[in-house]
Design a protein around this ligand. Structure first.
Ligand code: ZN
Length: 459
């Protein structure tokens, strides 16, 4: 009689403080034993053969744009693409779909679609926009991960930027609800002022675009948000931070004891403004890819552990919205499609800069789980946790091509990039959802509702 569903043998397991060879036994989707040469039988054995076993990535920041704009990505291809990159849980942002996730009805509609289509687990953010303060409590009670607001224009007419009064009111309410507010922090006046100047003078090059969103615009917005957090007690999470200037402000806030975390995205660490000039709109994002020196400063910040976590900010669109024959760089959709590549990117950076692999696991799994209420079940490989795993070969390489990129639209700044590793399998709660270029399309993930700082049961 078999006592386990699955045993994974001879992998180098990436634990919180070390990498060590171990076997993992899994039953009912949970890791029930970790050790050397495990006894016992299993329905299935997986020979990891010296490959590395990371905790499945928890990507706190993706845009699948469904309902309403599923032709941009959607939960089906979106979740499959994430699985192919070693991700087992993602959080979908409240904008780019129609309707935006700014009330309970929209949240439940999106959650239902996710449950029908997602091959891995997921959580959903709620939005903070002018006029929806009264919806925040319902959203919190319905299990949103946290709330998201923009300090600059969103590029999306269904999701309005939060003015300062909305921010102050919203932060007070979100603090009372025990949630975190995630912020896109760039100054609207600074970015608009530069943009108007470029438009007036007919300057539309990649460098002109980058110049409209300087690091000072990010640092100003971060500083203002921190002041508001001091006044309201609201926990903050800064998304896709792209400058050491902003990091300096966040470090000071942390030293003061404020409840603040910060993510950056692999594209700010692997690419720079030269890629925007060379590749055009596929490399357009906001904040923009920075110059080479700033990129190096960001890598130093990473090595000094000034970033708490890494997210992809996967933000895809149909090809025509980035087509240079139709749109100049200012008009093109801003967003990098790269949700599949975050874990491999961080492993590449670890290899290049001699960063221990357990830190990669911290940035991609344990820190996001802890910050957003998932750590009772997710984020680490240990007894009693969900069997969410990414099996990675450090011997193989992965060259990004149209055939092995699972997003709906294949344009990406990562196209042609070669990673010094390969995701060979992804396991979500004990089920193999991805193995060497094949997705198990019939697997279904769970909508993780976070209520009272933990995953709600029976959801
Ligand atoms: Zn985003």
């Amino acid at each position: 009689m078999s006592i386990y569903d699955l045993i994974i043998r001879n992998g180098y397991v990436v634990f919180p403080d070390e990498v060590k060879k171990a076997d993992l036994a899994i039953r009912d989707g949970v890791i029930v034993k970790v050790g050397d040469h495990l006894d016992g039988k299993a329905n299935e054995e997986y020979e990891a053969d010296g490959q590395h076993i990371f905790p499945g990535m928890i990507d706190v920041h993706v845009h699948f744009s469904e309902p309403g704009r599923a032709h941009w990505e959607g939960f089906e291809t979106g979740s499959q693409m994430m699985a192919a990159g070693g991700c087992t849980t993602y959080f979908d942002m409240p904008l780019n779909g129609i309707p935006s996730t700014i009330d309970r009805k929209a949240l439940l509609e999106k959650g239902k679609i996710g449950e029908m289509k997602s091959v891995i687990d997921f959580g959903l953010w709620g939005g903070l926009v002018p006029g929806n303060i009264d919806e925040l409590e319902d959203l919190a009670k319905s299990g949103v991960i946290g709330f998201k607001a923009f300090l600059s224009a969103t590029g999306n007419e269904e999701f309005e930027r939060a003015d300062d009064f909305t921010l102050l009111h919203g932060m007070k309410k979100i603090a009372e609800l025990g949630k975190v507010l995630a912020l896109h922090a760039e100054s609207d006046p600074i970015t608009q002022w530069f943009k108007q100047d470029k438009e007036k003078n007919g300057l539309f090059s990649a460098n002109d675009y980058a110049a409209t969103r300087p690091v000072q615009a990010e640092a100003e917005a971060v500083g203002r948000a921190i002041t508001y957090a001091e006044l309201t007690g609201c926990p903050l999470h800064f998304v896709h931070i792209s400058s050491s200037l902003a990091i300096g402000k966040i470090e000071s806030a942390k030293q003061k004891g404020l409840d603040v975390t910060v993510e950056t995205c692999p594209h700010y660490l692997l690419f720079n403004q030269d890629d925007l000039i060379e590749k055009g709109a596929v490399a357009k994002c906001a904040p923009p890819l920075r110059g080479r020196e700033e990129q190096e400063r960001l890598i130093t910040c990473l090595m000094e552990e000034k970033f708490d976590m890494i997210s992809s900010d996967h933000s895809p669109c149909p090809y025509e919205l980035k087509d240079p024959a139709i749109h100049n760089i200012f008009e093109a959709w801003g967003g990098i499609s790269g949700g599949q590549f975050s874990l491999m990117s961080m492993i590449e950076l670890a290899v290049l800069h001699d960063i221990p692999l357990h830190k990669v696991a911290m940035w991609t799994a344990s820190a996001p789980a802890k910050r957003f209420g998932l750590s009772s079940r997710k984020g680490q490989i240990k007894h009693g946790m969900d069997a969410d795993l990414a099996i990675v070969s450090l011997n193989g390489t992965h060259e990004v091509s149209e055939t092995n990129f699972f997003a709906k639209h294949k344009q990406s700044v990562y196209m042609g990039h070669t990673f010094p590793c390969q995701i060979t399998a992804t396991i979500n709660r004990g089920k193999i959802v991805y193995q060497t270029d094949v997705i198990s399309e019939w697997e279904r993930g769970e909508w993780l509702k976070v209520i009272d700082s933990g995953i709600a049961v029976n959801n």
